[in-house]
Design a protein around this ligand. Structure first.
Ligand code: ADP
Length: 482
């Protein structure tokens, strides 16, 4: 088969607009897919940051009226990405974030803003751009979820469709009476269509009507089919099991490369682990910790929300510190948790440090200098931070959920005997035993360094995931007889 053309549809793409891991995936996957003979054009909303990055973009299609104003599609290249920006001033030209205005309140017209994105996607999928007819439309998260629906109900010949769930918690729920205004037919209001417990759900639309569904790890793909993990979608996802796949994310192994990282005090590789010592000192200094090479330095780099489970760390703090562990916490999120870590640092200076904020350079320095990274999430679709930790030989200590379960090999007795572990995994609820096990392993430097080297040898790049997406696209195209 010759090369595959994909139209990706998303509301975020690194490096232009990012609020979470979604942007990392949509920014990295197209580049990795080129090695698989897959070319991707990505449709994104024309937010101010997007238009600013595309000053010379060409207008390739005009829509005289898209939900109350004129719109056009602009095409241009940024950072190796072939982009199609939906320039619709009445929907996207405004200050603030992609979903909410200053003050954090959701834009009141989000239903129209992302219905517009999907309508434009459907137009491109149906061939409105001369010379570009995609073989596959790949929708990411609820903001793109209506695009498979518009194609499904249009009845015209269309490309195959893939819906990727990055986090089932975000469901794009809107009032039922918007069905007509966004341009869906009455019969779309159905249990097998876009209806979800009396509301219109853009995510449901994509899950119900795309030809394939993917999510970002095999374990999360299993969890979301259970009542506990399905957030109301488990029945539908069980019914669609045959087309649901879990593909783990990768990270950019050039940006996250301990041997050439300009953001860390001392570069190193698996054969020169001694060079990590300067990084540990740098982290200890930055967090106001005593310069103790022999204390286990455990870190957190995270959004501070209930999903991430870090309340378990605050609740068990005396016991953790009693094991002689140093703690460095970088995070931002719920005020109660931010305050909790700031108070812990104030009360235990020299042993606990906290930095409140989002700080990418500091995250690099921490990955290079920590001994272990704690990720005790309640649920975790994939998780990226543990992948960065593996790459830098910082042992991930993770809850056995979602992508954390799929990317870390627990250093249990069998794994230690076979020399295969890469971190510590614990069943949800077994937090302290895991910390105790980590502390015990730390007291065995030869075993610890072996685990570090194993971790650094893991392939956490996009190569394998890209090959899996390419296979999925190929199977879908073959099935549809294109
Ligand atoms: P999520 O997307 O749920 O926040 P992920 O682990 O999938 O969690 O991706 C988040 C990424 O952002 C990780 O690479 C993590 O290290 C990074 N990150 C999270 N919080 C911070 C922070 N406060 N400063 C710097 N980087 C952070």
């Amino acid at each position: 088969m010759t090369g595959i053309r994909v139209l990706a549809v998303a509301s975020e793409i690194y490096p232009l607009v990012k609020t979470g891991g979604l942007a990392d995936v949509t920014g990295a996957l197209p580049l990795a897919l080129t090695a698989e003979d897959v070319t991707t054009m990505t449709l994104i909303p024309g937010y101010p940051s997007v238009l600013a990055a595309l000053p010379a973009a060409e207008t390739v299609f005009r829509i005289p009226d898209l939900f109350g104003g004129p719109a056009r599609l602009l095409r241009g290249m940024v950072a190796g990405l072939d982009l199609l920006a939906l320039d619709a001033p009445h929907l996207y030209h405004r200050p603030g974030g992609p979903y909410a205005g200053p003050g954090g309140r959701d834009w009141p017209d989000n239903a129209m803003r992302f219905a517009a994105l999907a309508r434009a996607a459907a137009a491109v999928a149906e061939g409105c751009l001369p010379g570009f007819v995609p073989d596959v439309l790949h929708a990411h998260d609820w903001q793109a979820g209506l695009s498979p629906a518009f194609l499904h109900y249009s009845g015209t010949r269309r490309p195959g469709t893939v819906m990727t769930i990055h986090n089932l918690a975000f469901q794009g729920l809107f009032p039922a009476d918007l069905l007509g205004p966004i341009g869906l037919p009455t019969h779309a209001w159905d249990i097998d269509g876009v209806e979800f417990h009396g509301a219109l759900s853009y995510l449901k639309a994509g899950i119900a009507l795309a030809d394939r569904i993917t999510t970002v790890s095999p374990t999360y793909a299993n969890e979301i089919r259970t009542p506990e993990g399905g957030m109301g979608f488990d029945g539908l996802l069980r019914a669609r099991s045959g087309v649901l796949h879990g593909i783990v994310n990768g990270i950019d192994d050039a940006v996250w490369n301990p041997a050439a990282d300009p953001l860390i005090a001392s570069t190193f590789d698996a054969r020169h682990l001694g060079r990590r010592a300067a990084n540990k000192r740098a982290v200890q200094d930055r967090f106001g910790l005593t310069r103790s090479p022999d204390m286990l330095l455990l870190g957190v780099i995270s959004r501070l929300t209930r999903q991430k489970g870090l309340d378990q760390l605050l609740d068990n703090l005396p016991a953790v510190l009693g094991l002689g562990i140093q703690l460095a916490v970088l995070g931002t999120g719920e005020p109660a948790m931010e305050d909790g870590f700031a108070a812990a640092a104030a009360a235990n200076s020299g042993q606990v440090g906290s930095v409140n904020g989002y700080d990418e350079p500091l995250a690099h320095q921490m990955q290079a200098g920590l001994d272990a990274l704690l990720v005790p999430s309640r649920f975790e679709p994939c998780g990226l931070t543990q992948l960065c930790a593996l790459r830098y030989g910082t042992l991930p200590v993770v809850a056995r959920v979602g992508g954390l379960a799929d990317t870390v090999i627990d250093a249990n007795e069998a794994a230690l005997a076979a020399g295969t572990g890469t971190g510590i995994q614990f069943p949800p609820g077994m937090f302290m035993p895991a910390i105790e096990r980590t502390a015990a392993l730390w007291r065995q430097p030869a075993a610890w360094n072996r685990l570090r080297r194993n971790a650094m040898r893991c392939d956490v790049s996009w190569r394998r995931p890209a090959a899996q997406y390419a296979r999925l696209y190929r199977d879908l195209i073959a099935e549809r007889g294109s």
